[in-house]
Design a protein around this ligand. Structure first.
Ligand SMILES: *Cc1c(COP(=O)(O)O)cnc(C)c1O
Length: 405
C-alpha cells in the first residue's frame, strides 16, 4: 500500500498557496505542521454550533460542548494507548506539559537528587530541569551523544544511579532527527527507580506512540506538530504518579472544596487543569488525530522514510554540504550546513524560491555549541511532502551555493 500524497495534499488548503508566484514548498514541519480541512472545520463548527463553557452549564449547549470536549480526551487516550482517560491532562503544548511535571518534581526534589537529560534536548526539556534542579539543590546530569548524533547508551547506564529521580529525554530529536530507543532506556531508568518523562513533541507525528509499551511515566506533546491547532497539547501521566502530584495552577475547576482560608483538590484530570480550557483547540486536536487515524500508518511511515532517504542521498552527493545528525534510526529531519555559508543566508535564498525551512539553533543552543556550529539549516518533512519537493530543495540549494560562493 502506498500513500496517495496528491489526494492528501488536497486536504490541506495552505499547500496550494503561492509565494511570489512560486508554489509553497513547506519543509518546516518540525516547527509546526499544516492543518487539514477537517481540523479547520472542527474549529469553525465548535464556534458556529456549540460554543459554551465546559463542565459548568445547566443548559444544552454546555452539555454538548462538555460531551465533545471529554470525548476528545478519549480520542487522545486511545491514540497513545493510555490506561485510563483520566491520565490525559490538557496543556497548551509540550512546553507547558513539561513545566507541569517540573513544577511538581521541583517540590519533591532534595539536595543530592539527580535528574538526567540528554545533550540533544530542546530548551523546553532542558531549561525546565536545569531550573528545577537549581532551586532544589539537585544535580542535573547530561547524557552525551556520539558523532552520529545518537545517545551514548553506555554513558546513559553509567550516569544512572539510585539518586536519579527523573530521566527526561526526547522521543525524536527536533535538531538531529534521531529516534531514541526510549523503551530500552526507560527500562534501565525504571530499574534504578527513576521516573521517566518523554518529550514527544516530534515523536507524536511520526509513529505509533504506545505509552504503556514504552513504560514511561510521562509523555508530553503539542497538538500543532500533529496537524492540530496551536495552543493545545497534552501531558499523559501514569495515574498512580499524577494522583498525588503537587498541583500547579490553582483556581476554578481544579478544586473540590473551598473556604476563604483553605481549599482541597479535585480528582484527576481536573486537579491539574485550572480555569477555562482551550475548548476549540481540544476539539481541533481530536479532529486531527481522528483524521490522522484514517491514514494507513505503515504507508505513512514508508513515505516518510522515502522522503528522508532521498534527502540523505542527495545531501551526501552534494559537494560542500555537511549533514548534522547521521543516526542509524532517524526520521523526518535533515539538518545541514553549507560550507562557507551562514544558515540564515541559506534560509533566505531558499525562501525567495518558495521553500520554507528552519535556520538557527533549533531551540537547542547547548547542542549547537557542543557541535561547534552557530546553528543549522533544517528541512523537516511531513506526510504531505513529495519527492519532487525534496528535489526542489536541492535545486534551490545548488542556486544558494552559487550565490554564496
Ligand atoms: C517543538 C518542540 C518542543 C516544544 O513544543 P511547544 O509546542 O513549543 O511547546 C519541545 N521539544 C521538542 C523536541 C520539540 O520539537
Amino acid at each position: 500500500m502506498s500513500l496517495d500524497v496528491a489526494a492528501l495534499r488536497q486536504q490541506f488548503p495552505i499547500l496550494s498557496r503561492k509565494l511570489d508566484g512560486k508554489p509553497l514548498v513547506y519543509l518546516d514541519n518540525a516547527a509546526t505542521t499544516q492543518k487539514p480541512q477537517a481540523v479547520i472545520d472542527a474549529l469553525v463548527d465548535y464556534y458556529t454550533t456549540c460554543n459554551a463553557n465546559v463542565h459548568r452549564g445547566a443548559h444544552q449547549l454546555a452539555d454538548e460542548a462538555t460531551r465533545r470536549y471529554e470525548q476528545a480526551r478519549d480520542t487522545v487516550a486511545k491514540f497513545i494507548n493510555a490506561n485510563v482517560r483520566e491520565e490525559v491532562i490538557w496543556t497548551s503544548g509540550t512546553t507547558e506539559a513539561i513545566n507541569l511535571v517540573a513544577n511538581g518534581l521541583g517540590q519533591l526534589l532534595n539536595a543530592g537528587d539527580e535528574v538526567l537529560v540528554t545533550e540533544m534536548e530542546h530548551h523546553a526539556n532542558l531549561v525546565t530541569w536545569q531550573q528545577a534542579c537549581k532551586h532544589a539543590g539537585a544535580t542535573l546530569k547530561v547524557v552525551p551523544i556520539n558523532a552520529r548524533g545518537e545517545l551514548d547508551e553506555a554513558a546513559f547506564a553509567a550516569l544512572l544511579s539510585t539518586n536519579t529521580r527523573l530521566v527526561a529525554m526526547p522521543h525524536v530529536s527536533n535538531a538531529l532527527g534521531t529516534v531514541n530507543p526510549i523503551k530500552a532506556l526507560t527500562a534501565k531508568a525504571k530499574a534504578v527507580g527513576a521516573l521517566v518523562l518523554i518529550d514527544g513533541a516530534q515523536g507524536i507525528a511520526h509513529g505509533d506512540v504506545d505509552v504503556q509499551d514504552i513504560g514511561c511515566d510521562f509523555y508530553a506533546f503539542s497538538g500543532h506538530k500533529v496537524f492540530a491547532p496551536t495552543g493545545v497539547g497534552a501531558l499523559w501521566g501514569r495515574a498512580s504518579v499524577l494522583a498525588d502530584w503537587p498541583v500547579w495552577l490553582v483556581g476554578g475547576e481544579m478544586i473540590q472544596d473551598v473556604t476563604y482560608q483553605d481549599a482541597t483538590w479535585g480528582a484527576l484530570p481536573n486537579r491539574l487543569e485550572a480555569g477555562t480550557p482551550n475548548i476549540a483547540g481540544v476539539l481541533g486536536l481530536a479532529a486531527a488525530l481522528d483524521w490522522f487515524n484514517t491514514l494507513d500508518k505503515a504507508a505513512v511511515q514508508q513515505h516518510e522514510k522515502a522522503l528522508l532517504a532521498s534527502a540523505h542521498e542527495q545531501a551526501e552527493a552534494f559537494d560542500g554540504l555537511r549533514i548534522i545528525g547521521n543516526a542509524t534510526n532517524k526520521i523526518g529531519v535533515l539538518s545541514f550546513m553549507l560550507d562557507g555559508a551562514h544558515p540564515a543566508d541559506v534560509g533566505f535564498i531558499l525562501d525567495r524560491q518558495g521553500i520554507a525551512i528552519r535556520t538557527g539553533d533549533n531551540c537547542a543552543q547547548p547542542l549547537m555549541k557542543k557541535l561547534g556550529i552557530p546553528g543549522t539549516a533544517r528541512a523537516s518533512f511531513s506526510i504531505y511532502n513529495t519527492l519532487d519537493e525534496v528535489d526542489a530543495l536541492f535545486a534551490a540549494l545548488r542556486k544558494a551555493k552559487m550565490m554564496l560562493a
